[in-house]
Design a protein around this ligand. Structure first.
Ligand SMILES: *Cc1c(COP(=O)(O)O)cnc(C)c1O
Length: 392
């Protein structure tokens, strides 16, 4: 590797937002300055314009921006006709947001286990969590690809359940139904939600989020809840909240949306290179791709066998390669949820995954030499048969 290693050592990041900014600098700077110049920082024309562009991109009639992805889930749940104690099924292996807002609203979270290849809930794992009190399901399109929506939607329609899609991690992924028709991730359930947190596939320079729906009445309700439950100014129809996307974030998002497909392709290329580089590596399982969805690789998540995950992570860290464990603890084992939930049988896959997953750096501006360096070091760890790793 010679000289390039020491140079690489300071540069590799899980997500490199600085490098991405420098590539888009002219467009972003112009959009930011124009927004500041106009001075309409809340509900400015940028918010409307971005929401319209995102609606076109997703092929969905209504996009309702809000303050962040967690709020989007909360407002979505508030808009459905649910009563305290109603059960909402959420994935046990996931970010905390969905379970958190379910509990916060006085609804009862119920855990669903996940599939060991895709990390996501399936119609089967949902069925195990379902009871006569179940009213809704929140599915998350995790790490960049869609859940098996065809079977999930038919399960939900048989059981008469709402499906909310948490699409914070898979914006731009395309789902293909068995009949051949395609839909964008986040537009298949009754409401889709997303986050524009800076590291997400479609991201701003702060906090932001949005909800999507095909239903006009629901769109009005979502909009009203996000705006203090106001039907018209100072006339409050219901108890709502204050959840807004600001104009500066919308201006950034409109620029980034125009590059989203190209960004997703860039991450797919990194994932393809990783897959190829790990072909002969026995100690890991590379992320599996489902046949029914494209994968936009928000994360590239390995499963590391034989209890070597933490040793691999330390080994990489010493070589200045960052990696992350998404997620270290299943939600059913979190202290916060020891009471608010209805327990279910066993969540074996979720707890197993928490011990084996490791996500490698992946972003839109990775250099080939960085990817090759990471591949070389992961392979080196296993070639040393863990011996070196164990005593280093
Ligand atoms: C990031 C994320 C959220 C929460 O988004 P915020 O904007 O941080 O509130 C929700 N669900 C999933 C799956 C996420 O990855």
């Amino acid at each position: 590797m010679g000289n390039s290693v020491s140079e690489l050592q300071v540069n590799i990041q899980m997500v490199d937002l600085q490098r991405q900014y420098h590539r888009l600098q002219n467009e972003i700077d112009a959009a930011l300055l124009a927004t500041v110049e106009k001075g309409q920082f809340i509900n400015g024309p940028e918010v409307k314009s971005f929401a319209g562009k995102l609606a076109d991109y997703l092929d969905v009639p209504y996009v309702i921006p809000c303050a962040n992805g967690t709020d989007a889930l909360q407002i979505a749940l508030m808009a459905l006709t649910l009563k305290p104690g109603d059960e909402v099924i959420v994935p046990a292996f996931c970010y905390v947001a969905a379970a958190e807002v379910v509990a916060l609203l006085g609804l009862t979270p119920v855990w669903a286990d996940v599939d060991p290849d895709t990390f996501m809930v399936t119609a089967d794992t949902l069925a195990k969590a379902c009871s006569s009190r179940t009213k809704a399901i929140v599915v998350a399109h995790l790490f960049g690809q869609c859940c098996d929506m065809d079977s999930i939607l038919s399960f939900a329609s048989k059981q008469n359940l709402y499906v909310i899609e948490d699409n914070a991690q898979s914006m731009g992924a395309v789902y293909r139904f068995p009949g051949g028709q395609t839909r964008m991730a986040g537009t298949m359930g009754v409401i889709g939600t997303t986050s524009f947190f800076p590291s997400k596939p479609l991201a701003c320079y702060g906090d932001g989020g949005a909800m999507f729906t095909h239903d006009q009445q629901l769109a009005n309700t979502l909009r009203m809840i996000a705006n203090h439950g106001q039907q018209s100014k100072y006339h409050h129809q219901r108890v709502g909240c204050n959840s807004r996307l600001d104009s500066i974030q919308a201006a950034v998002l409109e620029v980034k949306l125009s590059h989203l497909d190209e960004f997703n392709k860039a991450r797919q290329k990194v994932a393809d290179t990783y897959d190829e580089g790990f072909k002969r590596c026995k100690g890991i399982k590379v992320p599996q791709r489902t046949a029914s969805s494209t994968h936009v690789f928000h994360q590239y998540t390995l499963q590391v066998n034989n209890g070597k995950r933490d040793a691999l992570q330390q080994f990489l860290k010493r070589r200045n390669i960052p990696s992350m464990v998404y997620y270290p603890l299943p939600l059913n084992e979190q202290h916060a949820f020891r009471q608010a939930v209805r327990p279910v049988e066993k969540l074996e896959v979720a707890s197993q995954l928490c011990k084996t997953v490791l996500s490698l750096p992946i972003h839109t501006a990775m250099r080939e030499d960085e990817i090759q360096y990471i591949i070389q070091q992961v392979n080196a760890f296993f070639e040393s048969d863990g011996l070196q790793a164990g005593c280093e």
